[in-house]
Write a protein that binds this ligand. Structure first.
Ligand code: NAP
Length: 279
């Protein structure tokens, strides 16, 4: 039987640890405040923002909400981010993505002060990640490292194949696995003979964005499989990039969807918020 990596439990453990830390910080007169900026009313973004604010409130982090209409101009958003950058009562700034098409996302991300970039998307934080300097880590990959560590899965010396090279998952994931001394390969849509490559891996991290794409033919017997994907199947049930029923019997450990990687992203966002005041 494969070990089921319980993201729900691990994420609530982390949130509980953070709640206690925030309480202790408050006793020393230190508070944490996150500014959450949303432009428009994309339904998925509304759910994410609501969950982030709920997590803040549970942990004791103050959240300031900026819900802007869809027709907000880029310059108006720039002004708001600049104001939040200057506001000493705001420790972290989160601009919910995606932004409407008429707003240049890169310009906004690059405008957030790196010291307040709790999503870890600013090029300075990405650079720090690759050079091994202290900086904010991208939340989903940082969450996966926690899942592996807290499930006692060894990374050092292991062959790790990451499928997907996005800026928010695949690339930072590779940097973090390298930091953990894994031997890392990144696969993508132009990769030839993907199965041969993934079959070598002790740890496979799947972030390719295609429902149940990875079946047991891609997996070495006894490998660890981390599924980042998030989809609704024909029955409107949540599922991942991995065909769980087919793959699970061949693994030593695997994350389910839901209840695997998903809950970790918010927990690590909360951790980054607390990190803004840690000395
Ligand atoms: P993305 O930006 O669409 O990137 C997908 C990556 O997969 C690309 O690098 C692409 O290669 C690669 N790819 C696509 N088809 C492939 C194939 N047939 N073989 C090998 N590689 C292939 O996606 P993302 O933002 O990284 O997200 C990936 C998945 O994770 C999505 O399902 C998303 O919903 C989910 N997600 C979940 C969380 C969470 O908190 N659980 C967070 C973020 C994302 P190219 O670069 O060559 O195009």
């Amino acid at each position: 039987m494969a070990q089921l990596i319980d993201g729900k439990k691990i994420s609530s453990d982390i949130k509980e640890e953070l709640r206690i830390e925030v309480q202790q910080l408050k006793e020393q007169g230190i508070s944490v405040c996150l500014a959450v900026v949303q432009v428009g009313e994309d339904p998925a973004s509304c759910v994410y923002v609501k969950n982030k604010k709920r997590a803040c409130s549970y942990i004791g982090i103050e959240s300031k909400s900026y819900e802007l209409p869809e027709n907000t101009t880029e310059e108006e958003l720039v002004k708001l981010v600049e104001t939040l950058n200057q506001d000493d009562s705001v420790n972290g700034i989160l601009v919910q993505l995606p932004l409407p098409d008429h707003i240049n996302e890169d310009r906004i991300i690059n405008l957030i002060r790196p010291e307040k970039d709790v999503d870890g998307f600013h090029p300075i934080n990405i650079g720090r990640l690759w050079t091994g300097e202290k900086g904010f880590l991208s939340c989903t990959p940082a969450g996966i490292i926690q899942l592996l560590k807290r499930s006692d899965i060894q990374m050092s010396g292991k062959e790790c194949v990451i499928i997907g090279r996005s800026n928010i998952v695949g690339k930072p994931m590779a940097a973090l696995m390298l930091r953990e001394n894994a031997t890392v390969t990144i696969a993508h849509s132009k990769t030839v003979n993907l199965k041969e490559i993934t079959k070598r891996a002790d740890i496979v991290i799947v972030a390719l964005g295609k429902e149940k794409f990875i079946n047991s033919e891609y997996i070495k017997e006894g490998a660890v499989v981390i599924d980042v994907g998030m989809h609704r199947d024909v029955n409107n049930k949540l599922c991942g990039d991995v065909d769980f029923m087919d793959v699970e019997p061949h693994t030593s450990a695997i994350t389910p969807v839901p209840g695997g990687v998903g809950p970790m992203t918010i927990a690590m966002l909360m951790n980054n918020c607390v990190e803004t005041v840690r000395v």
